[in-house]
Design a protein around this ligand. Sequence first.
Ligand code: F6R
Length: 237
Amino acid sequence: MKIVKVKNNEELSEKATELFVHALSRLEKPVIGLATGSTPERMYEKLTEKCQAGDVSFKNAVTFNLDEYAGLTAGNPNSYRFYMDEKLFNHVDIQKENTHLPNGLADDLQKECKIFDDSITKEGNLDFLVLGIGLNGHIGFNEPGTSFDSRTHVVELTESTREVNSRFFDSLDKVPTEALTMGLGTIMEAKEIMLLVQGDKKAEILKKVLHGEITEEVPASILQRHPNTTIITDVTL
Ligand code: F6R
């Protein structure tokens, strides 16, 4: 794993944008994996600015988001589809039909997971994947204990993740109890991974990911086995 140490969130977002643009520009049909959350927000703003300035284009890009809540409509401001439309897709030249998130409203969620995973395989897997990390080491919604071999699947959210995410909802009971997420096996097939780790509250988990045991108890520790992962972080190490 390569580590790029930066001073603050602005520099982190700048570096992340650089790597993202490089991935977008070097491939004829880039297949990109995307994360939501607070960490990549500034990067999406910068990508929007660059696209609007004509410095980069999403015209040929195909995207797959890591995860989506079960049961929220696209118009629900807490759905990840809403987040992606608001923060990126509505402002760049991407073709909406090329943007994919697991459908949390599907009648058969298990079947939806399989369809989603197969679509990534059909595209030849992700060329470039943006990841954030939770305080417990989760990536996507792969909570501690998730199998390293997992494919896209339905998860029951842990109380700690629901509590952390409840800041976006009116109350804790409005936070869905289930989500769909790319699995760790799916994630590891990405050709290049960029993990963004922002803020000193993530120092402890980042140290475990970098130097700790590779264990399903720390899902992101599997990245030690990935051949092309860059971690961009402003955490004091
Ligand atoms: C979101 C996702 C999550 C977040 C993680 C960190 O699509 O996959 O794993 O990346 O929860 O979230 P923030 O950036 O809000 O700290």
